[in-house]
Design a protein around this ligand. Sequence first.
Ligand code: ATP
Ligand code: MG
Length: 178
Amino acid sequence: MTLQKGLIQVYTGNGKGKTTAALGQGLRSCGRGLTVYMVQFLKSGDTGELHSIEKLQPYFKIFRFERERGFFWTLNAQEKQELKEDIERGFDFIKETVKKNSCDILIIDELLGVLGNKLLDVNEVVAMLKSKPETMEIIVTGRNAPKEILDAADLVTEMREVKHYFNAGVPARVGIEE
Ligand code: ATP
Ligand code: MG
């Protein structure tokens, strides 16, 4: 099947649940026979969803374009430049996907983190969103959504942190966050 009209969704905010909500949406759509692509930015380590989605081939695919690196703020100028190049390759893939209409649901995880760190130009991203095929749904995640992205979106959900165990010293756990 294909959607009659695809929309643009944004999952943002400081609370937990952005990436997992996008994965949940992808899982539901996949069950109806829609093909799902998820491009994950700013994530290079092993995470549980890679293994789950392996079982849903060829209907749900995850794509990454970055070599393994530390957190953005730990990188030197050269490493930041390399990261920028990796992300530009990812964005080229996204533009190609949109142009060729290669999937029904396109999830761009941490697109907002990429914009926040000035690793892509927001106007180019908005142009990509506006050029999407009628039937394609695009979902973007990350904190601090810029106004240009909020304006382009049809749906914005803010995950608000009421309480998070991270602040009590519980780091990311394999099986929950990874
Ligand atoms: P999930 O992937 O569980 O849905 P998310 O996509 O909403 O979470 P991100 O902003 O992508 O969350 O970052 C998740 C990482 O940041 C986790 O490793 C977590 O331990 C850490 N973290 C620290 N504070 C928070 C917070 N308030 N909300 C979510 N994650 C947090
Ligand atoms: Mg996330």
